[in-house]
Design a protein around this ligand. Structure first.
Ligand code: DHB
Ligand code: FE
Length: 288
């Protein structure tokens, strides 16, 4: 692999290295194949997917040159370790839509490739692990976790992870402390939590790998709006995986990953403490 020198170290850090790390993390968490034991189901899904591809080829009279370009590109996606990126950006949002269509409580959205379980745990008032000179605007993110009937959920788990002010995720970009801007916060006896962090920046999916090639070839852009990732769970309730965005931020209206929903857009205000911003967002969990 050749690495093109770049004057911006942050850009270099988001390169194919993060794709390889995402592939490794996914493989280490996944019990492959277990959901695919039903022959009838595999037959249906695989046959219909192939039919959809055949239809596109007929409708657009796809040439041998285009077929070979596709073959080369698909091979390269794997070599770059970018399958998690590709799938989470362009496919996961529909899987999430179907999975959560009957929920009454809080809206979910895609997990993306950068979740890591078992982040450091904190009681209800917490500051996410960060560097001494962590860049970015301070953000107080607070709220309450309740059940759909309004019962506060004490000891609920609020897992949060997000990019730093340069758009980089710890454990996927070099040079960041292992758990930077990742933490698990347990709610107090009223279901409340207060999390101090720094606002993330918009995130550009790696542009120097195969996903970037597709984006450039199709004339798309590579940006996701700035976002906070969350998983919220409590005993007897369904876990929700979601993301929250910042109103007026770049690419809230044209997220490359199609993961923004109106209910997920925050309106932070200047913090009462006088430092940075604060915002309140409550989570409502469906019963299991
Ligand atoms: C990708 C990155 C994200 O931070 C995210 O939330 C979703 C997808 C990606 O690079 O594929
Ligand atoms: Fe993300």
């Amino acid at each position: 692999m050749t690495i093109t020198p770049t004057p911006n170290p942050a850009e270099e850090a988001t390169a194919a290295a993060s794709g390889a790390a995402a592939t490794e993390k996914f493989r280490s968490r996944q019990h492959t194949g277990s959901a695919m034991a039903d022959t009838k189901r595999v037959d249906t899904l695989a046959s219909e997917m192939l039919s959809a591809v055949h239809d596109i080829i007929r409708r657009h009279k796809v040439t041998y040159a285009e077929y070979d370009a596709l073959k080369a590109w698909l091979i390269q996606v794997g070599l770059d370790g970018e399958w998690p990126l590709f799938l989470d950006v362009w496919v996961e949002h529909v899987v999430e839509e179907v999975a959560n269509e009957n929920r009454q409580g809080s809206k979910g959205t895609i997990e993306g490739p950068y979740y890591v379980p078992d982040s450091p745990s904190f009681t209800a008032i917490a500051t996410l692990p960060m560097r001494e000179d962590e860049p970015g605007t301070p953000l107080l993110f607070q709220g309450q976790v309740t059940s759909v009937d309004g019962t506060p959920l004490a000891g609920a788990k609020v897992e949060m992870w997000h990019a730093d002010a340069n758009g980089l995720y710890s454990q996927f970009a070099p040079g960041l402390p292992e758990w930077n801007l990742r933490g698990t916060v347990l709610t107090d006896d009223q279901g409340n939590f207060r999390i101090h962090t720094k606002e993330p920046a918009p995130y550009q999916i790696p542009t120097d790998g195969s996903c970037g090639k597709l984006i450039a070839a199709a004339g798309w852009h590579a940006w996701r709006p700035a976002h906070l990732h969350l998983k919220v769970s409590a005993p007897g309730h369904q876990l929700i995986t979601t993301q929250l965005y910042f109103r007026g931020g770049s690419h809230v209206e044209d997220d490359i990953a199609s993961a923004v929903k109106p209910e997920l857009v925050l309106d932070p205000a200047p913090a009462a403490s006088g430092t940075g911003n604060e915002v309140t967002y409550d989570f409502v969990l469906d019963r299991a």
